[in-house]
Design a protein around this ligand. Structure first.
Ligand code: BTN
Length: 252
């Protein structure tokens, strides 16, 4: 069991004005939960990172598997004038994860709206939460889980749907190095956010393919024909109806 080397992370963070503080916990319920508590005390942007989570939160109220010392689980918090449009933030965050993974190997793609997949298996997920005060967004919590060194091949229920970087590359990857590369890419992408929609769109998996789409309690079969600038997915069903959704999930 190799804990995150917090000293190494801290040393690298001296160079990141964007995130003046970083908090580490060995074990936590969820980095998003601690981040939401710290918002009251910490006024500038910050990051919470943990080695394991007992209540890792996924989209659609799912649990995010967070075994100790294997993967990356962290939440970045943006405050004050760093707050941006929700969809832009989603593009920036997704693109920066994709760009970091592509520094290790080709073949990663975005599964609408913000998962990263490799050979149709999920390697990372994002959960963005806006925090409001008097109807105004005061903070944005970007929770990120990236499967780095966990061996999904050993778990029968997950081996066809999830994968880690180690499963792909056949060797252990330094979580510290990956994390620092990621933060650099995130800041770069944030600073060039006017291009983020195009890159996001150009790297979407299943565009122009027939897909099954889960929305509310329905499953829609249709062709994934495009996306809108606000991130909505556009499908064409078998009766040539054009359907547009802001939430939902492509089924693999
Ligand atoms: C998804 O369902 O795809 C989103 C998963 C997001 C998981 C990350 S792990 C770090 C952060 N803390 C949480 O509780 N969830 C996010």
């Amino acid at each position: 069991m190799q804990k995150l080397n917090y000293r190494e992370l801290k040393r690298n963070f001296l160079f990141f004005d964007f995130f003046p503080s970083i908090f580490y916990r060995f074990k936590i319920n969820s980095t998003n939960i601690l981040a939401s508590k710290l918002i009251k005390q910490v006024k500038n942007n910050f990051i919470v990172i943990a080695d394991s989570q007992s209540k890792g939160k996924g989209r659609f109220n799912r649990k995010w598997l967070s075994p100790c010392c294997k993967n990356l689980y962290f939440s970045m918090v943006l405050q004050k004038n760093y707050i941006i449009n929700f969809n832009t933030l989603l593009f920036v965050t997704t693109n920066s994860i994709l760009k970091t993974l592509l520094q290790y190997k080709k073949g990663f793609q975005i599964k609408w709206p913000n998962d990263i997949i490799f050979n149709n298996k999920k390697i990372s997920g994002i959960l963005i939460e806006n925090i409001y005060s008097n109807n105004k967004i005061v903070s944005q919590i970007i929770g990120i889980g990236i499967n780095i060194n966990f061996n999904f091949f050993r778990i029968r229920e997950l081996q066809n749907s999830a994968i880690s970087l180690k499963n792909i590359l056949g060797k252990e990857i330094s979580r510290e190095k990956f994390f620092v590369k990621y933060i650099k890419n995130f800041i770069d992408e944030y600073n060039n956010k006017e291009y983020s929609f195009e890159y996001w769109k150009n790297n979407l998996a299943f565009l122009n393919k027939n897909i099954r789409f889960h929305y509310a309690d329905k499953i829609i079969t249709g062709k994934f024909i495009s996306v809108k600038e606000n991130g909505n997915i556009v499908l064409e069903d078998k009766n040539k109806n054009i359907l547009e959704y802001s939430i939902g999930e492509i089924l693999l």
